[in-house]
Design a binder for this molecule. Structure first.
Ligand SMILES: [Cu+2]
Length: 190
């Protein structure tokens, strides 16, 4: 069978494009180290989150910052209409050079959790613990925003994360007060 050389040329060009597209997607998926958030954080009932009944669940703890190693921390955050606890009332406080695993759960509806200027960006679905790890090398104040419309106060749902130089960080001072305030909050109007 005779195939015209233009036909061959276009066939080759078409194949190059297809292979190119697949290679781009494959690189994007594994190359830059970008990971999708999966369900590794586990599931949690809505009630323990809404009622502050932390002891009844293995997948979640009382909200706050927990030191797990010299430079590693676990941060448990509850997203609820229209605040992050901690984050909104009291900022989340961490030192520079820390490796931080966030566990975020919703007390009511679908929320978003995005730390501006970082690649921490996840949906917070009721019933699921959204887990992701990030490193903070630069001191500064980072904004936390909810990016899923969650009701009339959605535009006000924001918080802050303060990263201070390691030499100035006092874990106990930064977090004992925070826990105290959260407890008062939880005993509040819900
Ligand atoms: Cu929200």
């Amino acid at each position: 069978m005779e195939i015209h050389r233009y036909e061959k040329a276009w066939f080759v060009a078409g194949m190059v494009l297809i292979v190119g597209f697949i290679a781009t997607i494959a690189y994007g998926a594994v190359g830059p180290g970008i990971a999708m958030v999966d369900d590794s954080g586990g599931t949690v009932g809505a009630d323990p989150i809404a009622n502050g009944n932390w002891n009844s669940t293995d997948a979640f703890r009382e909200p706050g910052v927990y030191r797990t190693g010299e430079n590693s921390f676990d941060v448990y955050i509850v997203a609820q209409r229209f605040a992050f606890n901690p984050g909104t009332g009291e900022p989340v406080r961490l030192p520079t050079g820390s490796e931080v695993t966030f566990y975020v759960a919703s007390a009511d509806v679908m929320h978003g959790f995005n730390i501006a200027g970082t690649n921490v960006n996840v949906m917070v679905a009721p019933g699921q613990v959204s887990e992701m790890t990030a490193r903070f090398d630069e001191a500064g104040t980072y904004g936390i925003v909810c990016h899923e419309y969650c009701g009339a106060g959605h535009h006000d749902m924001a918080g802050t994360l303060e990263v201070v130089p390691q030499s100035e960080y006092d874990y106990e001072a930064a977090n004992s007060e925070q826990r105290e305030q959260l407890r008062t909050l939880q005993g509040g109007d819900r």
